[in-house]
Design a protein. Structure first.
Length: 333
């Protein structure tokens, strides 16, 4: 993607968007007035799912319809991203619109705030408040969680979503610009809404789940590596243990991708994450990732937030590095 003279380099836009997201976060005041782009994607998925995923249809028919829905929404997202990017390059100062849109499609600040809210709730108001706060992050049954379980669940969510909500969006924007970023957010939203292995979504959401696995393949592993590199900057962080744990235990997660950042985080903080979990109506039996403590506590949440913050800085640093390499090649090329 070659920028027109009116617009800065897309990598510079990305770097500024990362900073804007870190500064402003979710901007709830704005999205009380207009729908968030991800919420709009989610609403479209909800409407189409109700019409296409009818229980009386065969598994094959539901699988086909779910695939058509996924591909159709992705193509619409790519077209919308390409149009916005074209206009941003063609109109004076139009790049500010792209900058703003990229910033709101990142979630580093909101993820930090949600996990920090869990720590504050636990510290000030006890277990019940902590359960309510963590229920905004995870799908598991909060009533089954004690203080250690709440801390562990919030740390697991922070690590997993570091890949999904921070590294992957940056990766796809760097690779394919705004169309790539919107395509990724569409796939990720599809997976979060219909990519389940239960009776309702097993067939209908299969294509969405597989696309999400593919699009997160590289970002998840990059996320794990960034957490390993961030570990030396965290109190009692263990970078070597993070690397060893990631390489050994990432495969223990039921997802082909989520285990990479989660196991790296477990090793960095000397914790054991994953393991048996209870969801509304069913339980999941998985192996532990990491050989440290299973009884995570409030201090571990703060250490995990420290790890996350450093990893976000390193992620932004990668953008600067690629921008510098690109500029150097143009100068010396």
């Amino acid at each position: 993607m070659t920028p027109l003279p009116l617009a800065p380099d897309p990598l510079l836009i990305l770097f500024l968007a990362i900073g804007l997201d870190a500064l402003l976060g979710d901007m709830p005041w704005l999205f009380r007035l207009v729908p968030h782009p991800v919420a709009a994607i989610g609403k479209a998925i909800e409407i189409l799912e109700r019409r296409l995923n009818r229980p009386e249809r065969s598994g094959r028919a539901r699988k086909w319809r779910g695939g058509v829905m996924a591909v159709g929404l992705i193509l619409i997202g790519i077209a919308a991203g390409a149009l916005i990017s074209f206009l941003a390059n063609a109109v004076p100062h139009g790049w500010l619109v792209e900058l703003f849109l990229v910033a709101i499609l990142l979630a580093q600040r909101s993820l930090f705030d949600h996990v920090h809210d869990v720590a504050i709730a636990l510290q000030k108001n006890g277990i019940e408040a902590g359960r309510y706060a963590v229920s905004r992050l995870v799908g598991r049954d909060p009533s089954s969680l004690d203080g250690h379980g709440i801390a562990r669940a919030s740390i697991e969510s922070l690590a997993e979503n570091f890949s999904d909500a921070v590294v992957a969006p940056v990766f796809w924007y760097m690779l394919l610009g705004l169309p790539g970023l919107i395509a990724y957010k569409t796939v990720n939203t599809l997976d979060s809404m219909v990519g389940y292995r239960n009776e309702r979504y097993r067939d209908f959401g299969m294509v969405s789940a597989r696309l999400d696995d593919v699009m997160n393949l590289i970002p998840a592993r990059l996320s794990g590596l960034l957490l390993v590199l961030a570990a030396p900057f965290v109190p009692r962080g263990r970078p070597i243990n993070a690397l060893v744990t990631m390489l050994r235990d990432a495969r223990h997660h039921r997802s082909p991708n989520s285990g990479w950042p989660e196991s790296a985080c477990a090793g960095a903080l000397d914790l054991a994450l994953g393991g048996p979990r209870r969801y509304p109506g069913f339980s999941v039996e998985e192996k532990w990732m990491g050989r440290g403590r299973t009884k995570a506590d409030l201090a571990d949440i703060h250490r995990a937030l420290h790890l996350f913050t450093v990893a976000c800085v390193l992620n932004a640093g990668l953008v600067v590095l690629v921008l510098w390499l690109k500029s150097s090649s143009l100068i010396w090329g």
